[in-house]
Design a protein around this ligand. Structure first.
Ligand code: NAD
Length: 475
């Protein structure tokens, strides 16, 4: 039994990350105690608070974990789920630290969670719980633009973020930077355009980049490019829906989509927006007219496909189903969807796993852009849009005169356009994901590291060591 396993021989979620960390540590020569410091969670706040729901008082269990203070503020989503527990939130906070380092986002990792099932609670009561949780965080100095900045995660979205902001502002009125206390807010309340779909778009950019590397594609017997690749996605929430939409638009074929209640399958491809509409209207993806139902949702993961994207929850690919997975590429859109035992089985089968600490970093990257926007108090593109359009108009005149060519109205529109906020956010995200991919791949090759996950951890740990050294904490 390894030192990371518990008495029953299985790993806790936090142990899984420690195991991945330890594999990477073999490639780093630094004192053991310093590695232990990077691994440890700096602060764990477990709370219980009462909330009146109907005529009853319910005691709510909740957490906020700050994994690392090597950069401030700390940053990480808040999830609402009955599965929330301390081990899970500590793990997700640790993943945030490694993720931020990979994509050069200057935050320490954090995560929050409330143990509730938002599907069975009215929105009035979710609001009460969210506001009370926020005031508990304020009391203990666990939230603030320079302290710890939450964001959406499983079971939360723009609505919860705007309640958090409103509660913070009401208790800290006069704080000119209050908007930056939380990200993932609606655009009308200081959010940034492009945040909602950022994680899914980042997943798309990361997988697209991999699919353009000839050597990697040939190693798993696939052609270069995304067009025509057969994809299965688990979870049609924020991350899964947006990833699915971007893959579909790019010419990939979404052959199956899996939700809690079951999965749907069509070998020729599913129209993602039609499926989403069907889900909204019927409360279930099942019985979609152009697809076959698969009652056991887990079976969808085992279907023949090129790319599998788990985008729901952790530990969905484990030692009992890993051998049956037929995908050649797995893109970890969710956090921790593959257990360490499954990881080893899939590695032996030659599956390329694009790890969560890189692939789902699009959300925190754009959250960083939102935080910067809030602190600068100005919308992206406001200062340069008109200036760019004027410069472009001058260029256009020169081109038309020199080339003596009439440029069509459509071409003119494209050339004249100055950058809008959404253009800047998306190009910043695309650049981040492309760079991140190649940094991990180059390190994997140069150090002959066995897989992308270990290479991503090596890259991340080295960057964290670098920041500690700059702070003068490590010798
Ligand atoms: P979400 O709540 O919007 O969506 C999750 C979806 O998964 C829901 O539609 C839910 O019904 C479905 N689901 C739950 N159990 C399932 C099961 N057993 N089989 C199939 N589907 C199931 O959550 P999200 O924000 O999309 O987060 C999904 C994952 O991505 C989580 O692991 C989260 O930590 C990770 N993540 C999210 C973000 C973000 O910006 N939201 C960023 C990074 C990572």
């Amino acid at each position: 039994m390894s030192k990371n396993q518990n008495k029953t021989g299985s790993y806790s979620f936090f142990n899984c990350i420690e195991k991945n960390f330890d594999k990477a540590a073999r490639f780093i020569s630094i004192e053991k105690g310093l590695l232990e410091q990077i691994k440890a969670c700096n602060s764990v706040y477990r709370m219980h608070f009462p909330v009146k729901i109907g005529k009853e008082i319910k005691v709510i269990e909740a957490y906020r974990v700050q994994h690392s203070h090597h950069k401030l503020p700390c940053k990480g989503g808040i999830r609402y789920s009955m599965k929330v527990n301390q081990d899970e939130i500590m793990t997700l906070a640790a993943l945030m630290t490694y993720k931020c380092a990979i994509v050069d986002v200057p935050f320490g990792g954090a995560k929050g969670g409330i143990k509730i099932d938002p599907q069975t609670i009215s929105s009035e009561n979710i609001e009460k719980i969210t506001r009370r949780y926020t005031s508990e965080l304020i009391k203990k100095n666990f939230i603030g633009p320079g302290i710890d900045v939450p964001a959406p995660d499983y079971g939360t979205g723009e609505r919860e973020m705007s309640w958090i902001f409103d509660t913070f502002l009401s208790l800290r009125s006069g704080d000119v930077d209050a908007l930056a206390c939380v990200t993932g807010k609606p655009v009308s309340q200081g959010g940034v355009r492009g945040r909602k779909e950022a994680t899914g778009l980042g997943v798309f950019y990361g997988i697209r980049e991999l699919c353009h590397v000839k050597e990697d594609m040939y190693s798993v017997g696939l052609d270069v490019g995304l067009v025509g690749k057969k994809i299965i996605i688990q979870g049609l929430g924020n991350v899964g829906y947006h990833s699915a939409s971007f893959f579909h638009e790019s010419g990939a074929i979404i052959i199956a989509l899996a939700e809690r209640e079951g999965a749907i399958y069509n070998e020729k491809g599913l129209n993602v927006s039609k499926v989403f509409l069907h889900l909204k209207n019927n409360g279930s993806i099942l019985n979609f007219p152009e697809a076959k139902n698969i009652e056991n949702t887990e079976k969808a993961l085992e279907l023949e496909c090129d790319i599998l994207i788990p985008a729901a929850l952790e530990n969905v690919i484990h030692k009992n189903n890993a051998n049956r997975i037929k995908a050649k590429i797995i893109g970890e859109a969710a956090n921790g969807p593959i257990t360490p035992e499954a990881d080893e089985i899939l590695d032996k089968k030659g599956v390329i796993i694009v790890p969560d600490i890189y692939l789902n970093a699009g959300g925190v990257t754009v959250s960083y852009f939102e935080w910067l926007k809030n602190l600068s108090h100005v919308r992206y593109g406001r200062m340069e849009k008109k200036f760019r359009e004027n410069v472009n108009a001058e260029f256009l005149k020169v081109i038309e005169t020199v080339c003596k060519k009439k440029i069509s109205i459509e071409e003119k529109k494209m050339i004249l356009r100055g950058p809008r906020e959404i253009d800047l956010v998306r190009s910043g995200l695309e650049d981040t994901m492309i760079n991140g991919f190649h940094k991990i791949r180059d390190l994997k090759k140069s150090l002959k590291i066995e897989n992308m996950r270990t290479a991503a951890f090596v890259l991340s740990i080295n960057k964290i060591i670098d920041s500690y050294e700059k702070l003068g904490i490590f010798p």
